[in-house]
Design a protein around this ligand. Sequence first.
Ligand SMILES: Cc1cc2nc3c(=O)[nH]c(=O)nc-3n(C[C@H](O)[C@H](O)[C@H](O)COP(=O)(O)O)c2cc1C
Length: 201
Amino acid sequence: MPSTTGGDLMQKSHQIEHPISDLIRNRKSPRAFSQAPIEADKIRSLFEATRWAPSSTNEQPWVYIYATRDQTELWDKLFTCLNDSNKIWAKDAPLLILSLARKNFTRFPGANAHAMYDLGGANSFLSLQAVELGLQVRQMAGFQYQKTIEQLNIPDTYEVGVFIAVGYAGNPDALPENLKLRELAPRERILQHEFVMNHTF
Ligand SMILES: Cc1cc2nc3c(=O)[nH]c(=O)nc-3n(C[C@H](O)[C@H](O)[C@H](O)COP(=O)(O)O)c2cc1C
């Protein structure tokens, strides 16, 4: 039975306990980014991966606004929406992306209750494709919601998801000390028996 006593008391480990795909094994969310630009064909591959994500009724509700570092005006519009705690490291990311979801179905009347679920799935596909391309991704929920809507002129028919920083690996020594320590700390995960059940609650 999963623990009902809260996250701190759940059992965790730093190990991969069972075999997994190399793409999943090698994915992580570093904050240290090189300022090296990303090749245009690699950017297209990232978004191509999202095309092939599953979605409810195959609606594909995800929408992305991206800017490369050299597209100063648009990159700055995205960057300025981030919380200060993310700006500290995202300033070096050569590619910033805002992920959004269409709230309503295009082929049926009404709201798509699974739009955000599908957007998360598509973002995971993008994150794994990044590993394949030798890139790293860090998603960010730390941003100013209303400012994002104003800066990017987002219509009411779209829900804002997360920002995504993408780039090549940078040097953790370039991070502030507290972030460097977190960057180099072993990653920890809750054990399967805390969240996988083969029985009812
Ligand atoms: C929806 C979502 C929001 C996140 N928001 C932030 C954020 O605002 N700032 C940040 O530094 N990391 C953020 N992260 C990264 C997580 O902290 C990170 O994925 C988690 O610590 C697990 O580490 P890993 O991705 O290296 O396995 C976010 C990740 C997700 C999926």
